[in-house]
Design a protein around this ligand. Structure first.
Ligand code: ADP
Ligand code: ASP
Ligand code: MG
Length: 403
C-alpha cells in the first residue's frame, strides 16, 4: 500500500462539476488500495475576490486580518470536496491547516512552515479516511492563522509529502504539466517529460507560476519527487526530480515575470559606501533586490539602477530619497517593466546563448534595459508591453516548433 499526496489548484475545483471530477480522481486512487491525503486551494478566483472585498473596506488592512480572511477560501473548498467524496460513498474527513498540524512562523501573508505535526493526519489515515487538507495556511505560536504566500498550496502539499514520507506527490492543475513556456500564451510551447529541481526552481522563481518556487525548494531539500499533471485530462504529466534522465537540453524554458519595478538613482556622488548604504537600508527593511546595475563614474557622479518586487517600488524610493537626501529628479521608479528569462542547465557550457537571446529580441525590435546572467539563466529587463512578444521570439529562437 502506498501513501499518495494529491494537490488540486483553484481552477481544478472551480465549480460543482470540477469538484465532483476531483472527487472521482481521489476515490479512484483510494480504491486502488492507497492511503490518500488531498490538499486543495480556494475555488477559482476566490482568493482574488476576497482581496478585493478587503480593499473595499480597508486597503491598508493588517496582514493578520488579511490572513484571517484569506484562509476562508480554502475552508470552503475542503468542505465541498469532502461532501463530494461522501456522496460517492467513501470515508473522508476535511481538516484546516492547523488541524493538520501546520505550524508556521508569524510572518503574516508570507509565513514559513516550521513543522507539520502529523499525529492527527496519521490518526485519520489509520482510520482509513481520505484526508482533505486546506492548503496555503497554518497557525503561529500565538494561535493566529497565517498564510504561506500566493500559490502556497503547492508548498502545503510538498510539506505533507515530506513529513509523512509519501510515496508520491502529485500536483494537479489546469495544464498537462510543465512546459517550455506558458502554454496558454505561447503557441508551440512543449510539455517536458522531466525536469530537475534546480531548473524548475529557476523557472518558478522567474515567473512560471505552474509550481510555487518555495514548494520546489522544499521538494529538493526533502527529496520529494513531484509530478505535475492535469486534473481534466488523464495523461502523464511532468516529473520534477534530482536528475533528469532525458537528454540535457540547452534551454528548458522561457519565462516572463511582471512583478517587477525598476528604481534608478541618478547622478549621485561617486564615492565609496553608497551601494553599501542603499542596499543595506533595503535589506534592513526586508526588501529583496534582484538585478543591480551601476554606471562607471563620470565627473564625480554615478547612477545606480536596480529591480525589486513591484509592491516594494514606492517604498524603496521613499527610503533611499530620505537616506541620501535626494530631490525628485534624482530617483525614479518605473513599474512598466517585465523580466524575460531563458533557463537551462545546459547553458553554462554553451557560449553564444546570450547573444542568441539578444539577437531574437533585436529581430522583433525589443529594447533591453538591463541584463543579468547566472550559470543556468539569462534575464533581461524590458518594457512590459513588449514582454509577450519577447517571450514568443526567444522561445522560437531556442525551441523551434519542429524540433
Ligand atoms: P493552480 O490553480 O492549479 O495552482 P496556477 O494558475 O497556479 O494553477 O498554475 C497553472 C498555470 O501556470 C497554467 O494555467 C499556465 O497558464 C501557467 N504557466 C506559466 N508558465 C507555465 C509553464 N512553463 N508550464 C506550465 N504552465 C505554466
Ligand atoms: N488560494 C491561494 C492563492 O490563490 C493559494 C493557492 O492557490 O495555492 O494564492
Ligand atoms: Mg498555483
Amino acid at each position: 500500500m502506498s501513501l499518495i499526496v494529491q494537490k488540486f489548484g483553484g481552477s481544478s475545483v472551480a465549480d460543482a462539476e470540477r469538484v465532483m471530477n476531483v472527487a472521482s480522481i481521489v476515490t479512484d486512487t483510494y480504491k486502488q488500495g492507497n492511503n490518500v491525503v488531498v490538499v486543495v486551494s480556494a475555488q477559482g478566483d476566490t482568493t482574488d475576490d476576497l482581496i478585493e472585498k478587503a480593499k473595499e473596506i480597508n486597503p491598508k488592512a493588517s496582514k493578520r486580518e488579511m490572513d484571517m480572511l484569506l484562509t476562508a477560501g480554502e475552508q470552503m473548498s475542503i468542505a465541498l470536496l469532502a461532501m463530494a467524496i461522501e456522496k460517492l460513498g467513501y470515508p473522508v474527513v476535511s481538516l484546516l491547516g492547523w488541524q493538520a498540524g501546520f505550524k508556521t512562523n508569524s510572518n503574516y501573508s508570507m509565513a514559513r512552515i516550521k513543522a507539520v505535526k502529523t499525529e492527527r493526519l496519521k490518526k485519520e489515515l489509520d482510520k482509513k479516511n481520505i484526508v482533505i487538507v486546506a492548503g496555503f495556511q497554518g497557525i503561529n505560536k500565538y494561535e493566529d492563522l497565517t498564510t504561506l504566500g500566493r500559490g502556497g498550496s503547492d508548498t502545503s502539499a510538498v510539506a505533507i509529502a515530506a513529513s509523512l514520507h509519501a510515496d508520491r506527490c502529485q500536483i494537479f492543475t489546469d495544464v498537462e504539466g510543465v512546459y517550455t513556456a506558458d502554454p496558454r500564451k505561447i503557441k508551440g510551447a512543449k510539455k517536458l517529460q522531466e525536469i530537475t529541481y534546480d531548473e524548475m526552481l529557476e523557472l518558478a522563481t522567474l515567473g512560471a507560476q505552474v509550481l510555487n518556487n518555495r514548494s520546489v525548494e522544499m521538494a529538493k531539500k526533502y527529496n520529494v519527487e513531484l509530478e505535475v499533471l492535469s486534473s481534466l485530462k488523464r495523461v502523464p504529466g511532468t516529473i520534477v526530480k534530482e536528475v533528469a534522465t532525458v537528454e540535457k537540453m540547452l534551454v528548458r524554458g522561457v519565462t516572463k515575470d511582471s512583478d517587477v519595478a525598476r528604481v534608478s538613482i541618478i547622478a549621485i556622488p561617486d564615492v565609496p559606501g553608497i551601494a553599501f548604504k542603499v542596499f543595506g537600508k533595503l535589506a534592513a527593511k526586508g526588501i529583496n533586490v534582484d538585478i543591480i546595475l551601476q554606471s562607471v563614474g563620470r565627473d564625480g557622479t554615478k547612477d545606480i539602477t536596480f529591480t525589486v518586487a513591484r509592491d516594494n517600488g514606492e517604498e524603496s524610493v521613499a527610503l533611499i530619497k530620505e537616506l541620501l537626501s535626494l530631490n525628485d529628479n534624482q530617483i525614479v521608479c518605473d513599474t512598466n517593466v517585465a523580466k524575460v528569462s531563458v533557463v537551462g542547465a545546459g547553458m553554462e557550457t554553451h557560449p553564444g546563448t546570450a547573444s542568441k537571446m539578444f539577437e531574437a529580441l533585436f529581430e522583433v525590435g525589443v529594447n533591453i534595459q538591463m541584463i543579468a546572467t547566472s550559470e543556468i539563466k539569462i534575464s533581461v529587463l524590458i518594457n512590459e508591453e513588449d514582454a509577450d512578444r519577447a517571450v514568443a521570439a526567444v522561445h522560437k529562437a531556442f525551441l523551434p516548433e519542429d524540433e
